[in-house]
Design a protein around this ligand. Sequence first.
Ligand SMILES: Cc1ncc(CN)c(N)n1
Length: 231
Amino acid sequence: MTTRHAYDAWAEGRPEARISDWLREISEPDWSATVNHPLFDALAEGQMSEGDFAAYMVQDYGFVDPFTALLGHAIGDAPVMADRVVLGQFMGMLTSDENSVFQRTFDAFDVSAAQRQAPVYLEATQAFRRLLDETGKHGGYAEILAVLVVTEWLYLEWALRITPVDGLHPLMGEWIALHDNHAFQEFVAWLRRRLDEQAAGLDDTSFTRMAERFRETVALERRFHDAVHPS
Ligand SMILES: Cc1ncc(CN)c(N)n1
C-alpha cells in the first residue's frame, strides 16, 4: 500500500497524478478526522475556554520546539540554495511571529513558570516529539519534507475550513490567521511540489519509508488533537 508500485497503479489513468495527493488519500481516515477535528470548530466558534486554549498551546509548544529543529535539519539537508531560502524564510516566521503568539498566550492566560519550563507532555505529544526528532536526525530530505507537508498542509486545511466568529479572543484569532493567509498557502504549495519532485527520485525502499513516515505523521496529528481536545 505504501510502495512505489502501489503509487504507480493509483497514478495510471490519472494524467494529473501527484504523489502528495496519493499520500494524503492513503492516510485516510486520519487525514479527514484531523482536518474536521472538533477542536478547531470549538476554537473558531469561541467555545474553547481560555484555560483549554492555553493547555493546547502548552502541548503545541512541545511540538513546535522539535519541529523548529526539524526545519533546521531540512535547511541543512536541502540539495540546493533555493530550498534553503524558502525554508529559512519560514524558519524566520516560526521563530518570530509564531513564537510570539505562544509567549503572549502564556502571559495572557497565566501559564505558570513550571508549565513553561518543565511542561508535562501528554503521551501523544511525547510520541510526536520523538517522531520529529528521529526524522530530523535519521530521515533525510524526502522524509523530512513528508513530515513538513503533513503538519503544514493539515493546518492550512482546517484553517481554510473554519470561519472564526466575531469577537473571538485576539490570540485565538491570531493563531487561526497564522495558518490562513496567502504566504502560508504558497509555502504549503511549495512544500508539496518539492515533496513530489524529491519522492519521484527515491529508490523503492526509500520511497516506502517516506510514504510510511507520511502516514505515521498523519496518525500522530489525529492522536495529538484527540489528546488535547477529548470529545
Ligand atoms: C500538532 C501541530 N501540527 C502542525 C502544526 C502547524 N505547524 C502545529 N502547530 N501543531
